[in-house]
Design a protein around this ligand. Sequence first.
Ligand SMILES: Cc1cc2nc3c(=O)[nH]c(=O)nc-3n(C[C@H](O)[C@H](O)[C@H](O)COP(=O)(O)OP(=O)(O)OC[C@H]3O[C@@H](n4cnc5c(N)ncnc54)[C@H](O)[C@@H]3O)c2cc1C
Length: 403
Amino acid sequence: MSSDDDFRQRVRSFLARHGPTEGWMRDEHGRPPPDDAPDEVRVARARRCLSLLFDAGLGAISWPQLYGGQGLSNRHQVIFNEEAAGYALPLDMFIIGVGMCAPTVLAHGTEEQRSRHLPPLLRGDEIWCQLFSEPGAGSDLAAVCCRAEQDTGGWVVNGQKVWTSGAHNAAFGMLLARSDPASSRHAGMTMLIVDMSLPGIEIRPLRQMSGVSRFNEVFFDDCLLGPDAALGEVGQGWRTAITTLMNERVSIGTSNPAGYGHPATVLAAEARRRGRIDDPAIADRISQLMIRERITALLGKRVTEALLAGVQPGPEGSLAKLSGTQVSQASASLALEILGSEAVAWDAADALAASWSTVQCSTPGLSIAGGTDEIMRNLLAERVLGLPREPKRPSNDASESVP
Ligand SMILES: Cc1cc2nc3c(=O)[nH]c(=O)nc-3n(C[C@H](O)[C@H](O)[C@H](O)COP(=O)(O)OP(=O)(O)OC[C@H]3O[C@@H](n4cnc5c(N)ncnc54)[C@H](O)[C@@H]3O)c2cc1C
């Protein structure tokens, strides 16, 4: 057997051994286990999953050993992803830290920052959050006005961030702040690593329509960061932010936000169960969804393979993000058609309807998180297709921006 086969076998036996006891199995419809547990339980479950992976030599597979990874090849990571796709590993909460912050620390951090932060970040011991959006700076991220002033003791931060996913669980955050008050737009920003337990930081949860509070407002009031907090060059925060944003689109685009391995297959089974599979309109929508699902999977594969081959993610990651969003939203809408009112006002005993109801409430946000659909289309039009740029407005150059 080749070493690839050995590795695949190792991954398979690991998943077969731990999947049933750890609650990582999908049911016969491809559904993941319900995810309505309190946050402390979700964090503990996610950490346990990562620690089991690391104990088995399967955590941070293609990251350098120097920073806590296994030092294996990108091909090994692809093999792992293929085998793990059939399971529901509870690792969503590390998408921001491992998928976005870790590559940014690796690309722009000093050697001290890499050695200090990457090992606990990759192991999930320290959860990270992304402090970019502000009430007046979302699509137009270059309008960031949260202030970071450099003084002899370090950096003093004042201002507000919003929509900060997971800030309440985070040990560290990556903060995009304006360090030169005379600057405007893309110049004069600095990326800073923030210890989220410092005095002068207030985290207020925002309640989402699904009933959970997974993002927050974060207020900085004379919060003092150390002199070594800058990630990347002072005044070059935009450059550092671009690395995070490109990885964000890839992370979101290659994840499975609706939580279903193959939503078209799940919905076909549901339509059959309810005697609706022979309705030509339903059958047509299921086929369309299946095609879009397949295209999205291939887009995701192309982006992941480029990334694993060492190519920095580019604007084409927007295609995977946009396509993944469309599949998730089309699945939610088709579930509503098939399940009817049960997909919004369910019988508590009907776990399938309950889980689709959660999907109904969470998929609209996918058109906003990580850059809106409109901004993704702008980026694809201008940066990938080379179409003429949007006319520039002095106060809103959104085609350059976007978290
Ligand atoms: C679930 C979720 C999680 C999030 N997590 C985080 C996080 O962890 N950290 C973080 O920093 N942020 C996070 N965000 C915030 C997210 O990045 C912003 O909401 C997003 O970038 C949009 O910004 P905005 O809300 O200010 O909307 P706006 O930028 O005000 O946009 C309003 C509308 O105008 C449209 N629009 C704006 N400019 C243009 C243009 N040039 N052309 C065409 N249409 C345009 C937009 O598409 C949108 O429909 C999260 C958001 C969601 C929904």
